[in-house]
Design a protein around this ligand. Structure first.
Ligand code: ASP
Length: 293
């Protein structure tokens, strides 16, 4: 049973890696409004699980980030989507990988969590599950997908990946995390990164909720979100636990960013990539939104 603490906290990420000198005013305004909406939901008593799903579905469908609508095609020319969601108290989790042409992969991931005995469905099986449970499909993939605003094909080398994610603590002490991505641009068909993996990409338990972004191959090999949770559980501060994982990613040759909230309402959003689009709000702290700095 969750304890009532009447506190709430939320952090959103719109992906690690940003291009210096570019104007991120549109995404920052979007993140600010979404954080305000989610803060209101949490203040009104909504569950963390519902709030992170709502946030990530909005980030997927708006086309501003490399997830859902803003995803780029793989090397075979079509979009494959990854997403995951986890509830801290129950430890229930659901995920989809290499899913084609559904509007909100995170909603399908929650469906996997609630309607199947499994945690992760991939490829054709994930699509068959989503179809048979009436999740909204992309009616015309040729026109639906759009590179995020301000991104051109010439940029693809510089911002070769992107992700969205949300973590929340609700007023009953519930914690949840969700993450969604189109993965890395030009990835091999069937490539799956950290995002749909419960452990590396997304983690929530009774102590904290974590969503990762960055180079998935390195995050997976550094342990990612669960590696942070285990360090935190064994006594490290939240920031030290995150920094150790990020250092490991760096040592392996990648870069990454993290958003996390704890059961005490602490929020952390560190990264060692070139910027990370992010926003946060809690009962006890004002809304923040930033890309660099
Ligand atoms: N982690 C994601 C992936 O490797 C990409 C990102 O977060 O930018 O698929």
């Amino acid at each position: 049973m969750s304890k009532s603490n009447e506190n709430y906290a939320l952090a959103l990420q719109g992906g690690a890696g940003a291009v210096a000198g570019r104007d991120y005013a549109v995404t920052e305004a979007h993140l600010k409004k979404l954080a305000e909406d989610c803060g209101r939901m949490l203040a009104g008593g909504d569950r963390a699980l519902d709030v992170v799903e709502h946030a990530v579905a909005e980030l997927e469908t708006c086309g501003l980030y490399v997830a859902g609508r803003g995803s780029a095609p793989n090397s075979a020319g079509y979009v494959e989507l990854d997403a995951s969601i986890m509830d801290g108290q129950s430890r229930e989790a659901g995920a989809v990988a290499a899913l084609r042409d559904f509007v909100s992969p995170v909603q399908v991931a929650r469906g996997v969590m609630e309607k199947t005995p499994h945690v992760l469905l991939a490829g054709n099986g994930a699509a068959a599950f989503a179809r048979s449970n009436n999740f909204a499909e992309v009616s015309n993939p040729k026109t639906y997908y759009t590179l995020p605003i301000g991104v051109t094909n010439d940029d693809i080398k510089d911002i070769a990946h992107g992700t969205v994610g949300a973590v929340a603590l609700d007023s009953c002490g519930g914690l949840a995390a969700a993450t969604s991505t189109g993965g890395t641009f030009g990835k091999l068909e069937g490539r799956i990164g950290d995002t749909p993996l419960i452990g590396p990409g997304t983690w929530s338990d009774e102590n904290l909720a974590v969503s990762c972004t960055g180079t998935g191959e390195h995050i997976i090999r550094a342990g990612g979100a669960a590696a942070i949770a285990f360090r935190y559980r064994s006594g490290l501060t939240l920031l030290d636990a995150i920094d150790e994982m990020l250092d490991e990613v760096k040592r392996l040759g990648g870069d990454a960013g993290v958003v996390a909230v704890t059961s005490n309402g602490e929020i952390a959003m560190p990264y060692n990539s070139a910027g990370m689009k992010r926003a946060s709000v809690s009962k006890n702290s004002a809304l923040t939104v930033a890309t660099f700095g």
